[in-house]
Design a protein around this ligand. Sequence first.
Ligand SMILES: [Zn+2]
Length: 234
Amino acid sequence: MSKMLPLVELQNVDTQLRDINELLGDLPKKVDKLRSEEEELINDVETGKSRLKEIELSLNKAEHKMADLKQKIDKLKDQLSLVTSNKQYDALTQEIEYLKVELDEVETADLEDEEEKESLSKDLEEKEENLESLSKDLSSRRVKLEELMSESAESKSALEKTRQEKLGYIDESILSRYDRVSTARDGLAVVKLEGSACGGCGFVVPPQDVTDIRDKDNYYTCDICSRFIYLFKK
Ligand SMILES: [Zn+2]
């Protein structure tokens, strides 16, 4: 039974497990981000809609108010021809002026409301479109995520099982060394000899050691990065 082979296989399994965990670690975050974007948009749309209702109510009120003021002004104008004194005439004219100013104010506010309504409606339309596409995106991502998670759960449990099997072939002391190096070296504790260099850090291995690594089935670790270095004869 080869000494190095189970260790190489263990590294292989651990690398795959690491990839799966990284993938799973990232995806739920992406879905969460989409979800909070969706919530924000839903809030915006709701706020916009209730503001739109307010504006419409205010427009409606203004319309009545304007009609009312115009009617009052017309009535007062009619009365002007009936007055008998200058004093009455002045009083009526003043009242008419006063009502005209009020009408002007209502009309200005009405115009502002109309403008706000127009821009708000456009904005709402855009947001509702965004929301629709975001919701579609989100639900398809959710489906993908769920698929991926169940697939990964299967791969993970298969890998864990393989890992346990491999552990049975490796000495306790070697295993603890493997764990230490793996933790220190970003999950990579076993590397191939690349030419005559360590596949992890690039340190050039002395020629005699290269021969040993190739010909002897022994544990060899890099002087610089402490990773196990292997090379299988073809
Ligand atoms: Zn190295």
